[in-house]
Design a binder for this molecule. Structure first.
Ligand SMILES: Cc1cn([C@H]2C[C@H](O)[C@@H](COP(=O)(O)OP(=O)(O)O[C@H]3O[C@@H](C)C(=O)[C@@H](O)[C@H]3O)O2)c(=O)[nH]c1=O
Length: 181
């Protein structure tokens, strides 16, 4: 397992060791002991999620508030996505800054997103299956979000905005500067 820091303190890129042979590949998509060893963290992931999306689907930017906040370990099983995390930790030196990374079925990179970040992604391939672990249960009442095209964030989503497919809920999210957190 390789690990890389990002411009956002606490956000980490993980690259599992992949074993290729004539049958195909094998890798450990999660191993708690390895994860703890390489990150120095002790996260108790308690929920696994999976979603399927088509090209141009943009989900985000999402977070849960207060004691329902979630750390996430995200990856792509099929296809290619651009993953985005935004630092919304009050007082952080990178508050309002974002990190972007392509997560694909071939690079098999994983992104660890600590609590205190908004998270979203856009699908770059025809279809994609996205999977992630969370360290806190889903709580509808604690959902928060930031609009994907917040001019202060100025996120480069790579695709043409006219082709984005966004949920009704995500289309009416506020800007970061209008959040009450
Ligand atoms: C996230 C989630 C949703 N749901 C339900 C609520 C809703 O009816 C349906 C679809 O939910 P959403 O539209 O919120 O799904 P989605 O837009 O895929 O939400 C996800 O987006 C990415 C970017 C994240 O970072 C995740 O944490 C999560 O917020 O699934 C659950 O039952 N459990 C969950 O953990």
């Amino acid at each position: 397992m390789e690990i890389e820091k990002t411009n956002l303190e606490g956000c980490l890129v993980l690259k599992p060791k992949v074993f290729q042979d004539k049958r195909g590949y094998f890798f450990e998509s999660f191993n708690q002991r390895t994860f703890n060893d390489v990150t120095g963290l002790n996260i108790n992931f308690i929920q696994d999620n999976e979603s399927f999306s088509t090209k141009g689907v943009l989900r985000g930017l999402h977070f849960q508030t207060g004691d329902k906040a979630q750390a996430k370990l995200v990856r792509v099983i099929k296809g290619e996505i651009l993953d985005i995390v935004v630092d919304i930790r009050p007082g952080s030196k990178t508050y309002g800054k974002y990190f972007a990374i392509e997560l694909t079925e071939s690079n098999k990179k994983q992104l660890f997103v600590p609590r205190g970040f908004a998270h979203g992604y856009i699908v770059l391939s025809d279809t994609a299956i996205f999977a992630y672990k969370c360290d806190n249960y889903y709580d509808k009442g604690s959902e928060g979000g930031i609009i994907f095209n917040d001019p202060d964030l100025n996120i480069d989503w790579k695709l043409d905005e006219a082709d984005f497919i966004v949920s009704e809920k995500d289309l009416v999210l506020p800007k970061l500067q209008d959040l009450n957190i």
